[in-house]
Design a binder for this molecule. Sequence first.
Ligand SMILES: Cc1ncc(COP(=O)(O)O)c(C=O)c1O
Length: 440
Amino acid sequence: MTDPVTLSLSKGPSSKDDLYGAASPAALYDEVCENYRRYVNPPLGRVMKLSGSPVEVRAQGCTITDHTGKTYLDFAGGYGVFTLGHRHPRVVAAVRDQLDRIALSGRTMFNPLMGRLAARLAALTPGDLAISFFANSGTEAVEGALKLARAATHRAAIVATDAAFHGKTLGALSASGRDAFRDPFAPLLADVRRVPFGDADALRGAVDDTVAAVIVEPVQGEGGVHVPPEGYLRAVRAVCDAAGAVMIADEVQTGLGRCGALFACDRDGVVPDVMTLAKGLSGGVVPIGAYVARPSVWNAAYGKAPLLHTSTFGGNELACAAALAALDVLQDEGLVENARARGAQLLDGARALQARYPGVIADARGAGLLVGVELRSEGYGGTIIPELLKRGVTAAWTLNQQRVIRLEPPLVVTADEVDTALRALDGALAAAFDTLGTLA
Ligand SMILES: Cc1ncc(COP(=O)(O)O)c(C=O)c1O
């Protein structure tokens, strides 16, 4: 088996094609840093430069190639986007094919692929979830679900969980659980009640007949990868039923195989009233977001007002062609099963590393290929992630809990690739411990 660092060195520098017209790798790097500094996001550009972030120029499967030709195993996985890896050939072919017909919907006529994708989601999602709305991102899917719940119930309050992440548009942000992201934009939605994730009793205390929706991630991702106790989602369902509130399962990150089941709700055998999807839905090739709702809820909201919530680009033919192909690949290649098997291997490996570095790792947990490694101090992460990058593996923080490094590779990852990433993590942990000693 070839170590990714060795592999990258053997490939040499990027070809001219991969330099986007720049004269050399260094010229491309300087150009990108300068553009970020001046035109994209100056402080972020500075931080990325300081932390040694390379420029991505090409990607295939589980591998990203940078501007120098070095390759990386992608264990950040676009925070869940690349379920099929990068540029799965069947998804790319479907999108290319569609480009030759119609790319974006004219919106004045029926869109055949949007209808087909909605029918496919109705067949795949649990219970009687059936009516889909399409948008372009996870936060838009959540925004649509929150509006749907409010219009269906004529109620305003939302109940959400501590440390949740639902996106950064105003409604989704209101339901998200990190003050640092919310406070600069206050006041947000007025009546959002927050309860600890996984605590059914706290939820019972917060939900009454003024609540439009309870929104919950079936496995909390950006909050630090938390798997709720068995039965929690069933309890959420029961609380919503008792109060007449809409249960929204935010499966933007957990859906479509990520957690070792087609939907993470399936782990508890629960049918929500609305499910949100995005990230992996279109196979990592064209952005998409969606919610799928029970007809009773959708009709209560929009049965007489079909244009109350719309999106110009949502459900465009390119995204739908990508999603239809991605769903085929997910099933044909047995990726849900692979997520279970490789997820168990990755979690076992992470737990073995916890036993070897008990001063650095406090916990390793996860479901399927969403694995969180909780460090004893945030201080370690600033070393471990760059050390991993040096060793040819990408990983990332969870957004709302910076002591947790998430390992979220494509569901097509192989056993050898998981072993390679674990070896790199071992080396990165040793380097962090050598440099920093005991921080906790
Ligand atoms: C559970 C969940 N919901 C919503 C979102 C927002 O998705 P997007 O970044 O596509 O807006 C995310 C993003 O990480 C997420 O994890």
